[in-house]
Design a protein around this ligand. Sequence first.
Ligand code: ADP
Length: 358
Amino acid sequence: MGQQVIMADDSDLRLLDALPVPAMVIGVDERVRRANRHAQSLIGTDCTGWHYITALRQPGLLDAVEASLRDGGHRKARFLGSDGARDTTWDVTLIGAALPTGHAVVLTFQDVTAVEEAGQMRRDFIANVSHELRTPLTALLGFVETLRGPARDDAAARDRFLDIMEKEAGRMHRLVEDLLSLSRVEDQERNRPRTAIDLAVVVEGALDSLRPMAAERGMTIDWQPPGDSAPVAGDAVQLAQVVTNLVENAIKYGHENSRIDLHLSDAAHETSLRQTGLRLSVRDRGDGIPVHHIARLTERFYRVDSHRSREIGGTGLGLAIVKHIVNRHRGRLRVTSELGQGSTFTVILPCIPPEDAG
Ligand code: ADP
């Protein structure tokens, strides 16, 4: 008798409004007795009084409600929503309640969109890595076969094939190295580096190996070390990797015989950091990047021109690594580009406050 009173008195159902998640009660008469505010916004309207089929409309969830109304059992189901900007995924828990006239069902919704997205990202990542490794691996296996068979006694062909095999193995090696770097950097992202680093010294060190690379394409790197640069709180090895990845891209995507400008600013207040910071910018003279690609450049394996990137030995991971290192340093990465003119990649890093620098 008591239960019947609880379910019959709508004022008690207002308790649902106190829940921080979407919740609703479907009565013995198969109609929505109450949907709290969160449920109303999930469904898009106040569906109180509606038949549950009209209110919920998704087959898996409808089957679960129907079964719980029948047997009063507990169940789980999925509900796919949308918050206007993107699709959302909800785990719905159904709890049947036995009443003298039948069964009512209480539904609560839990937002599992983030879990779903993480799962999707992991699946995409594994598919991408497998695809990236499969191409050079297939080439290597093919050439091994050829060397065993048709090219066995052809010294010139053998040399040519070994060159290609070396290139393909090199591509796999770079990919594995970049994947390891990425996972190391991601692991450390929460732990902010504390060592005082002179960015100009880091740049000088990285340039030693970058200048010969630039020279191979007839390019020069213009770098004027600032007289006195403020220290940043950083990880020298990772910051060197940022410089290397950005300058390597400028070399790869800049025009032959062009100039790359590398510039380190004086310390100044940075609005985006809400504190004093330094700007390191790398400017190339190349084809530039169409604006709609810019926001996605730091996604793993995102390339503007996949064929060109692979052709010149790119892994598609360089800027993803840069982004994670910059995030770890609580800095910012800015990209501007002008088609036909070139691109500028700027890293903004927070300086150590003077009282901590000593
Ligand atoms: P990749 O190994 O392919 O160079 P990155 O993550 O370093 O991978 O860069 C991702 C993509 O961004 C590249 O494939 C290229 O299309 C584009 N990109 C990066 N740097 C530049 C640049 N300086 N000029 C033009 N395009 C660039």
